[in-house]
Ligand binder design. Structure first.
Ligand code: 13P
Length: 267
């Protein structure tokens, strides 16, 4: 498939989704280890998303001017209220959080996270100056039934319904085929690249030419060994990394693989 015509080349972004791993004290150690390795890395944005309870520890360890930004793994759309067990945007901001993963397939699968909820959360997130990372992706059954394009398109349309177009610089989309998450089965660069190009075209259709600047991350068994080939695809702008982001060395190697070869492009 011909790549989309990008008007803007987005700056690459690598995000570590720690999922339900690492206590606060483990978080200090891993964060320190990552910071040491990436301190001098330039031309790329880097984010770690520890569990809620580890955000204060990560925030403290990163310090005020860190090259690594902090992200959360979910949030509630409301500012406050009777929502037991939930966390709001302003609560995240207090700990220096700048990004928030929304609609991860594990939440769609196990926590009844619908695209409608994701849309409300994404709108709320930008209202609190949090960059939403909106996740989409098909299951194996859907891929085998040749439904990938329809599923991904419908998830994007409904998860971004009502998203303010003047805020699209803040938006990140992540394509994570469910069958590739935590399974070691990575989509081939071609399989991933094809879907990314379709997503790019759709974003341009929805938001106009500025849609070409929205970062589209690939996620699903990204490892140092496969990162470079995936990142070479023209519409893959970075990675959303699960398991390998819990290993500072592997996370660093993936970041290196995602850095642009022509450094001046993203200064
Ligand atoms: P893995 O990298 O462990 O497959 O997880 C991907 C993911 O779900 C990131 O959000």
């Amino acid at each position: 498939m011909t790549p989309s015509k990008k008007v803007i080349t987005p700056r690459p972004l690598v995000v570590g989704n720690w999922k339900m791993h690492k206590t606060a004290s483990d978080t200090r150690d891993l964060t320190q280890d990552i910071v040491k390795r990436v301190e001098r890395v330039a031309n790329i944005d880097m984010v770690i998303c520890p569990p809620f309870t580890s955000l204060p520890a990560a925030h403290e360890t990163l310090g005020r001017h860190s090259v690594i930004a902090l992200g959360a793994q979910n949030m509630h759309a409301a500012k406050e209220g009777a929502f037991t067990g939930e966390i709001s945007g302003p609560m995240l901001r207090e700990f220096g959080v700048r990004y928030v993963i929304l609609g991860h397939s594990e939440r769609r699968q196990f926590d009844n996270e619908t695209s409608e909820k994701v849309a409300a959360k994404a709108i709320s997130a930008v209202g609190y100056h949090l960059r939403p990372i909106v996740c989409v992706g098909e299951t194996l059954t859907q891929r085998e039934a040749d439904e990938t394009t329809a599923v991904v398109e419908s998830q994007i349309r409904s998860s971004l319904s009502g998203f303010p177009s003047e805020q699209i610089d803040e938006l990140v989309v992540a394509y994570e085929p469910v069958w590739a998450i935590g399974t070691g089965k990575v989509a081939t660069p071609r399989q991933a690249g094809e879907v990314h190009t379709k997503i790019r075209k759709l974003l341009i259709k929805i938001f106009g030419p500025k849609g070409s600047g929205i970062r589209i991350l690939y996620g699903g068994s990204v490892k140092p060994e496969n990162a470079a080939a995936l990142m070479a695809e023209p519409d893959i702008d970075g990675a959303l990394v699960g398991g390998a982001s819990l290993d500072a060395r592997a996370f660093f190697d993936i970041i290196e693989a995602a850095r642009p070869t022509r450094a001046s492009e993203h200064d």
